[in-house]
Design a protein around this ligand. Structure first.
Ligand SMILES: Cc1ncc(C[n+]2csc(CCOP(=O)(O)OP(=O)(O)O)c2C)c(N)n1
Length: 362
């Protein structure tokens, strides 16, 4: 009888910028000053967008909203590593990545305001709609990227999902297919420590989430998800590998959701205050600002100016969202099927009739 080890794996964790904003120059990606400032601007803008959306929800001006505060480095680090031709398949916490990829912020407000037209990406903005069902969109990303591979296009599909999504069957089907068919897919798990009230430790006995990739035959890496430079570095490598026929990668970005799960949650009922405080000290934007200050790329005046400009942009998006014409029944029914099933057609006609008669559709 013989006994031998047939497989071993190890998971690397990358951090380029530490909690104090100190950079590891050997690991830092090559980014010009202009690009670093761009990264900072996007993170600031997205944080303002997020806080505004929360406030609009509290005033009844949009519906339920999922905040991404604390996760900006993951969203922006990945989005900036993508090329224009690549496609984004977001979950519901990726307003940062969507905005950075060119989705107008008024569209995002529209979407969260219950207006389906918000999901329509302008021509040339390669973003699939936000997925509320947990994990289903990973399969779309894999199918899409497989198609691109068969067509010999060099497009990469990047999909975001949470730690909780790794417990879904769809995640495993998507990962298995991607591994077997070596699709150009990058799986980005924003491990923000909770799936609503279920802590990461209760989700799976796996030491890391990244290691799940090894079971499907490809690489899984961990990165400090609050370190925009680290995220950018691992995402760039994964995306270029996918583009060059080297197959998929799974990135586990270790981060934290500072806010509630959504505006209909109260995280204080299941999370200790000290834990939130611990993560607030690891804020991705503060850390990046410290780094930029140290490098003399940013000063207090420029910081103020960036904040002021971002405020104007967000307010302008709110104005556009709130001044848009109300949607028509065809906007509500028109986006799922090329040919609507009979039952949907009947519902649309019924709604049109009621509205025509000036009655409340309820
Ligand atoms: C298929 C499916 N099951 C359940 C839900 C309800 N649900 C919404 S968000 C969520 C938790 C998701 O957690 P995670 O994947 O960690 O993402 P996060 O919310 O932390 O970003 C659940 C169970 C859903 N939307 N879709």
């Amino acid at each position: 009888m013989t006994k031998k080890t047939v497989e071993r794996f190890s998971v690397e964790m990358l951090q380029v910028l530490d909690e104090k904003g100190k950079v590891d120059k050997k690991l830092a990606p090559k980014l010009a000053e202009k690009e670093l400032l761009e990264m900072y601007r996007w993170m600031v803008l997205c944080r303002l967008f997020d806080r505004k959306a929360f406030s609009l929800q509290r005033q009844g001006r949009i519906g339920t909203y999922a905040q991404h505060e604390g996760q900006e480095a993951t969203g922006i680090g990945v989005a900036m590593a993508m090329k224009k031709e690549d496609f984004l398949f977001p979950s519901f916490r990726e307003n940062h990545a969507l905005a950075c990829r060119g989705m107008p912020m008024e569209n995002l407000f529209m979407y969260w305001g219950g207006d389906e037209r918000g999901s329509i990406a302008p021509q040339g903005v390669n973003c699939f709609p936000t997925s509320i069902p947990v994990g289903t969109h990973m399969l779309h990303a894999v199918g899409f990227s497989w198609g691109e591979k068969l067509r010999k296009n060099r497009t990469v599909a990047v999909t975001f999902f949470g730690d909780g999504a790794t417990s879904e069957g769809d995640f495993h089907e998507a990962m298995n297919f991607a591994g077997e068919f070596q699709t150009p897919t990058v799986f980005v798990c924003s491990n923000n420590s909770y799936a609503i009230s279920i802590a990461r430790g209760k989700q799976t006995r796996s030491k890391t989430l990244a290691q799940k990739a090894f079971a499907y035959g490809f690489e899984g890496v961990q990165v400090d998800g609050n370190d925009a430079l680290g995220v950018y570095a691992v995402a760039s490598r994964a995306i270029e590998n996918a583009r060059n026929g080297k197959g998929p990668t799974m990135i586990e970005a270790v981060t934290y959701r500072i806010g509630d799960h959504t505006t209909s949650d109260d995280a204080s009922r299941y999370r200790p205050k000290e834990e939130v405080e611990y993560w607030k000290k690891r804020d991705p934007i503060d850390r990046f600002a410290k780094y930029l200050h140290g490098e003399k790329i940013l000063d207090a005046r420029a910081e103020k100016e960036i904040l002021a400009k971002a405020t104007i942009k967000v307010e302008e998006a709110v104005r556009k969202y709130e001044s848009a014409k109300p949607q028509l029944p065809s906007d509500i029914f028109g986006h799922m099927f090329a040919q609507a099933p009979k039952v949907l057609k009947m519902q649309e006609e019924y709604l049109e009739k009621l509205l025509g008669e000036g009655k409340n559709a309820e």
